[in-house]
Design a protein around this ligand. Structure first.
Ligand SMILES: [Mg+2]
Length: 231
């Protein structure tokens, strides 16, 4: 494989996402109790989660844009109380701040630094994480998110957009992610090379195995180091 750039998924590839989402839900709930207790009482965590699911199901046109789903959910939650866009935007800003309070896996920072020394790194995410806010942007050439492109992974367009922006043929870009469908199958269909990051020791299901399987980013960085030296 002649790898000239690496694209990385973010959630569950650079950091675990479940603890972040749980922290966001609890902290937003506490924030609502402090600033608008009547809204907090009307929308406990489970109810607000159900409302967001309802909004997502009713609005497939924003399926690629979690931020828009979140704002629309807040609009619906605040509306019965005569609370408008100011409240939506203020609360959404709380979400964004908390959403970016991630704790990277232990291997993430050393591996990003090592790999960025060999090839350009970019991020491709369906989520709303912001690598600049998180303080990782120094390792990345740029970041592509589904909300900006208008198509989420595994759609071909988001991968094609990223490769075009890199000005590198997809066959020379290695996409790295934890999700067999959105990352591996999606990137392969876009003509990219694929690395499945399998932190939980799962077994690959199906025929179209990734080009590489690694248990963490340290193993990937070792592979890139050996490969870059060999090239
Ligand atoms: Mg992921």
């Amino acid at each position: 494989m002649d790898i000239r750039a690496i694209s990385l998924d973010l959630d569950d590839t650079l950091w675990p996402i479940e603890p972040v989402l749980a922290h966001v839900e609890r902290s937003v709930d506490a924030w609502l109790h402090e600033h608008c207790p009547e809204v907090a009482r009307a929308w406990p965590i489970e109810a607000l989660r159900a409302l967001r699911d309802e909004v997502a199901a009713a609005h497939p046109e924003i399926a690629h844009d979690f931020g828009a789903q979140r704002r629309l959910t807040l609009r619906r939650a605040f509306a019965p109380f005569g609370m408008g866009e100011d409240w939506v935007e203020t609360t959404y800003a709380v979400y964004v701040r908390l959403r970016n309070e991630v704790e990277c896996y232990a291997d993430t920072l050393p591996a990003l630094a090592a790999m960025a020394g060999h090839v350009p790194l970019i991020a491709i995410t369906n989520g709303t994480a912001d690598i600049a806010r998180i303080g990782l942007d120094g390792h990345f050439r740029f970041s592509v998110c589904a909300a900006d492109v208008g198509v989420a992974k595994p759609g071909r367009a988001i991968f094609a957009h990223a490769c075009e922006r890199l000005a590198i043929d997809p066959a020379h870009v290695l996409h790295v992610g934890d999700d067999p469908v959105t990352d591996v199958a999606g990137a392969r269909a876009a003509g990219m090379r694929t690395a499945w990051i399998n932190r939980i020791g799962a077994t690959w299901q199906g025929d179209d195995a990734p080009d590489l399987e690694v248990r963490d980013l340290a193993e990937l960085a070792d592979w890139i180091g050996a490969h870059a030296r060999a090239a």
